[in-house]
Design a binder for this molecule. Sequence first.
Ligand code: AMP
Ligand code: MG
Length: 339
Amino acid sequence: MTIVINMRDGLDEMKISVAAKLILDGKLVAFPTETVYGLGADALNGEAVKRIFEAKGRPADNPLIIHIADFSDLKILAREIPKEAKLLAEKFWPGPLTMVLPRREEVPHVTTGGLDTVAVRMPAHPIALALIRASTMIAAPSANISGKPSPTLAEHVVDDFYGRIEAIIDGGETKVGVESTVLDLTSERPTLLRPGGLPLEDIERVIGEVEIHPAVRGKLVNVAKAPGMKYKHYSPNAQVVVVEGPRERVRAGIAELVEQYHSKGLHVGVMATEETEADEFFYLGNTTEEVARNIFRALRELDKRGVDVIIAEGIEERGLGLAVMNRLRKAAGYRIVRA
Ligand code: AMP
Ligand code: MG
């Protein structure tokens, strides 16, 4: 039922044309982008897009991002293209930036979750761009069952969707590891709805100060502007706890928690930037970029190793750290321990 198309050794136009034909036939194809793997369908085919929601178990009011390969395609999707959008596209596309713009009538309601806005980005991955160019604009959320950690390897997509979608293109590990930054350009001031692979600081250098939606750092809020934010997210089967605070204290805080959980007879996993005593350990890396690349993989792998609880090291909310902490806090259902 599902064909796995191996493109680990790079772009293969023959194989791309097979996958493109599936998209044009209204089928589902998972493919790599620079952020995470996407579960793609023809963005303007409402029936095809509906199947994405069904396959993921995604609530119908959680809108999808449309992926384009040429800036001129934006005119087909958006009623207006504000000057900030042009500036940002020039600077950061292709790349991990999604912009929310006023929607044109031609975009099916199902794709935008019933909103009159549309989210668009141009991915910086040769396979994604080739697939779009050989088919059409592609609506694609992350290729995971709704609520689970996003996929950064084709194996993760196989785990969630084998036998349930038509094809999975294996392009190896994704480079960025967290999803795109979502910026709303339909409000009075540009507003960050979701931190992601493009640091906020980079955006502000181009268009000046950006508002930050309260849900980015804080609790779950139920608002129409940020539709994805009210749902459970990124959660493995194990309970996740994040330890936050100054670096030196976080290390001690993690060790203390490991002790506590051990005394309750639990099997404990730790994901951190320094080797830590635990039943299972996942090394996150040295730089913020490495940590971002590894967090979803760490959550999935520790889960596979059968731990009851995952203790995650909190990092500074600078650069990609803002996206990392947003994902970790959600994965933890906001169970945060201050060290
Ligand atoms: P995913 O592709 O699974 O990472 O989810 C895409 C996310 O993009 C959603 O959860 C929303 O937060 C955001 N998004 C997509 N379309 C819109 C829109 N029209 N307005 C605001 N946010 C959007
Ligand atoms: Mg997602």
